[in-house]
Design a binder for this molecule. Structure first.
Ligand SMILES: CC(C)(COP(=O)(O)OP(=O)(O)OC[C@H]1O[C@@H](n2cnc3c(N)ncnc32)[C@H](O)[C@@H]1OP(=O)(O)O)[C@@H](O)C(=O)NCCC(=O)NCCS
Length: 178
């Protein structure tokens, strides 16, 4: 289990499936997240992907996953350097949207990934997902190419690089809006 500032990241388990299915049925998630079942035992055991339930205080409110971009030969981030990680996430709890939590917990996980040696972090929102793209830009991501169709859907590739001295380029820690 990892704790970074006020966010707790614990590994997702099969016991979280009902929670994730409920979150994924919310319209604000369905608009931007695939309708597939969250995962099964085999996917959960896949070493290419780390899956996290994110809590703020005692309140679980988001799902996040990070993965090696070199786990699939046809992956659109396969060309990135060794150690590159991809990230995907959503806030499941509708009451937690738009308050700054997304920027803050994604930033928290990015700092851990950079500290663990990732030279670059990649993400791939739908080109029309303006809120997610705004958050990623705020966190130091830049668009790295045109929108493209992939077997995971239509995406715009975005990258955030670690600084040479090991710190990430952007952000003062984002603050919450209340
Ligand atoms: C994307 C997501 C994680 C962001 O988390 P969040 O807590 O809602 O976002 P924040 O409150 O931290 O920041 C939202 C930012 O987007 C901006 N924003 C909101 N709607 C916007 C829009 N339509 N166009 C441009 N910017 C927008 C806000 O102004 C805010 O920026 P600011 O802090 O500079 O004012 C969350 O909204 C979410 O889970 N959405 C549904 C699933 C999803 O899209 N997942 C991402 C898949 S790539």
């Amino acid at each position: 289990m990892n704790t970074t500032q006020q966010y707790r990241f614990r590994k997702a388990t099969l016991e979280d499936l009902a929670l994730l299915e409920a979150w994924q049925s919310n319209p604000h998630v369905r608009a931007w997240w695939g309708s597939d079942a969250p995962y099964d035992a085999a996917k959960l055991a896949d070493p290419r992907v780390d899956r996290w339930i994110v809590s703020h205080g005692a309140r679980a409110f988001a799902y996040m996953q990070d993965y090696t971009v070199h786990g699939w030969e046809d992956h659109h981030f396969f060309h990135l350097p060794k150690g590159a990680r991809g990230i995907d996430q959503y806030i499941g709890d509708p009451e937690m949207i738009g308050l700054g939590h997304g920027s803050a917990f994604i930033n928290a996980r990015m700092q851990v990934l950079f500290a663990q040696g990732a030279p670059v972090i990649a993400t791939d929102p739908h080109p029309n997902n303006e809120r997610a793209i705004a958050v990623y830009k705020k966190l130091g991501f830049e668009t790295s190419g045109p929108a493209q169709k992939t077997r995971w859907g239509l995406i715009v590739p975005m990258l955030a690089f670690a600084r040479a001295e090991g710190r990430h380029s952007c952000h003062p820690a984002p603050s919450l809006r209340r």
